[in-house]
Design a protein around this ligand. Sequence first.
Ligand code: GRF
Length: 216
Amino acid sequence: MLNLGVLVSGRGSDLQSIIDAIKEGYLTEAKIVVVISNKADSYALERAEKAKIPAIFIEFRKRQRLDFDKDMIEVLNKYKVDLVVMAGFMRLVTPEFVAAFKGRIINIHPALLPSFPGTHGHRDALAWGVKVSGCTIHFLDEQMDHGPIIIQKAVEVLQNDTEETLSERILVHEHDQLPKAIKLYAKGLLDVRDRKVFIKKEIPGFKEWLASKKKK
Ligand code: GRF
């Protein structure tokens, strides 16, 4: 069983997609053992508490970035986390944090990296006038939004799209693909060679899970 530590900052719908995928019997290989937020008022912490998952706020303001990261590392190790999942976590982590969980941190970004990295993926994609955007799930490395890509999903940008309407359509795919990426990792099916991630074999059950969700 893979122990997940999920880092959040906001609403937590990506976190919820992992909680639901486990509850629905799709993601049977993993368990969320702790959720950490840098924001005390993050609704994601309430989602964790509702799901009876330890939900921990760590203050980041007026602190050295490294001290904050050391606190996170301590909590993640206390809960014996195997894989760190950044699900709407709006902080840059230090190289020390990346080194502490080398190859064991994944992030989800609401744009098709390497386009539009950073905290305003939707805004930047719309401003540029792209016709396609989407989401990227990738391993974290020492640079922001830069690590080897595990999964991407493209979504058409409509002419009258706003950040809200575009993010809403992309989130649907985020919520499908994030549990799938975790499942692939948990089953040892991700083979990272330099910048490239090879999926050793597809896993059955994804389409059936999506169909079962639609029926709800
Ligand atoms: C998602 O769009 C994710 O891609 C980005 O931040 C957003 C988090 O949404 N990193 P939520 O807090 O999980 O609802």
